[in-house]
Design a protein around this ligand. Structure first.
Ligand code: GDP
Length: 427
């Protein structure tokens, strides 16, 4: 059976922890979109890890970890990550890389940096991992698939020569930076080939057989619904679809095989980078939540940037869950809210004096003001609790209030960062 684990919000909902947990009973875990521009934090028996490219199931010895065709594959980063976990005592994972995955080229990272430099204050807050230039090239049909590393030298050099004409025009006239050469790019690609060659395979054929054999497969999404290029807060979005539906494309499996969609929602909100965030909070209130958040503060796993903080947003989450096709909500980081006397929850958006619970397009979203309902806190530590009934009444009320507002069943509650901090709830 295929299950997708995806985010309802701006990312950093705790998908890594949920994937790592569900991977215990899975055979295959696949990354199907995005690149090394965001990270998942995972805490398990081997220690604490920030994964950027590897799927979060990589810590078990019974799993196969796959980089699907939809990923922006930064080969040196992938291999540093593998080395990083093996150096910490994790057994060498079984990794497969799709022969159709495209590679982040060294110039993609440079173009990201140069563009941010050029835009200065008007920038998109990119993580400068080359993701936007990468996907632009993919859809402009000048990207490089992993399979092309195995093409003959002349054909590959001819293609590089064709592609860098455009790149060099921009480097020279727009950015005033050093130019690319065919031999330079070719030499880099040959280094990539050496790093990746043992892992490359026809992933969609592999998965076709795995599905037929009844294997348990997890699709692991990056970021969340708000960052989807079609349905999110465009243009402050990422460059590949963050929705479970895209899992079929980015992994190469039939869409009807995705039977379960676990959408991860964090018990409060956070966001990195610029863009609309209606229930954002500021000042001391935000600092305290940021400091207490996650497993050691809400700071980016890839960039270390302080995350923007806010109260739970039912409007965004209801929409985010709907677009994902949610069958189950995993409600995470609830333990963090135990310090609050009262907890505001955003239940509507006031746009020009009218209150709506439907998530609007960006132009209207810019005008939205949060409408809050304030719920009583539970004022205690809920870590270690295993049964739903043992949670304090106000805590259960908070969960059930949000469940009613978003309209999707909360079947898992995460009350701590480690694998075992989970409460299952039968719905
Ligand atoms: P992802 O990108 O969606 O995987 O999320 P991140 O890993 O960036 O952020 C989630 C953070 O919250 C990580 O530091 C996790 O270790 C932590 N975390 C996940 N679930 C819980 C939880 O239930 N409680 C606490 N306190 N931290 C959690």
């Amino acid at each position: 059976m295929v299950t997708a684990v995806v985010g309802a919000n701006w990312g950093d909902e705790g998908k890594g922890k949920i994937t790592d947990m569900l991977a215990e009973n899975s055979d295959i875990i696949i990354r199907f979109q995005g690149g090394a521009n965001a990270g998942h934090t995972i805490i398990n028996d081997y220690g604490k890890f920030a994964l950027h490219t590897l799927p979060s199931g990589v810590f078990y010895d019974h799993t196969t970890s796959i980089i699907g065709n939809g990923v922006a594959l930064d080969i040196p980063k992938l291999f540093n990550e593998v080395k990083g976990i093996v150096d910490k005592g994790v057994p060498m994972p079984k990794i497969l890389v799709s022969d159709r995955a495209q590679m982040v080229m060294p110039y993609h990272v440079l173009f990201d940096e140069y563009e941010e430099e050029r835009l200065k204050g008007a920038s998109f807050g990119s993580t400068k991992s080359g993701i936007a230039p990468f996907y632009s090239d993919k859809y402009a049909k000048i990207g490089f698939q992993v399979s092309e590393l195995f093409d003959d030298e002349q054909s590959l050099k001819d293609k590089i020569a064709r592609v860098i004409v455009q790149k060099n025009a921009l480097l020279e006239h727009l950015y005033h930076k050093p130019l690319l050469t065919v031999d330079g790019v070719y030499a880099t690609l040959m280094e990539y080939k050496e790093m990746v060659e043992l892992f490359v395979c026809d992933v969609s054929a592999y998965l076709y057989n795995a599905i037929k054999e009844g294997k348990n497969i997890l699709l692991e999404g990056q970021l969340g619904s708000m960052k989807d290029p079609d349905h999110g807060i465009y243009p402050m979005v990422t460059s590949s679809s963050t929705l479970a539906g895209y899992g079929a494309i980015g992994a190469g499996i039939p869409p009807y095989e995705i039977k379960k969609v676990v959408t991860v929602c964090k018990a409060y909100s956070s966001a990195v980078g610029a863009g609309e965030f209606t229930s954002e909070i500021f000042g001391d209130e935000a600092d305290e939540l940021r400091r207490r958040g996650g497993d050691g503060g809400e700071f980016g796993a890839t960039t270390g940037r302080p995350r923007r903080m806010g109260w739970f947003d039912c409007v965004a989450s209801k929409y985010g869950c709907r677009l994902q096709g949610t069958t189950d909500v995993a409600f995470t980081v609830l333990d963090v809210l135990g310090y609050l006397d009262e907890i505001p929850v955003c239940v509507g958006y006031d746009i020009d004096g009218e209150v709506t619970t439907d998530f609007p397009t960006t132009t209207r979203l810019k005008k939205a003001k949060p409408v809050y309902e304030v719920l009583p806190g539970w004022k205690c530590d809920i870590r270690g609790i295993k049964n739903y009934e043992d949670l304090p009444e106000n805590c259960r009320n908070y969960i059930e209030f949000i469940e009613k507002q978003i309209g999707f069943p909360i079947t898992m509650i995460s009350n701590g960062p480690s694998r075992s901090d989970i409460i299952y709830r039968n719905k």
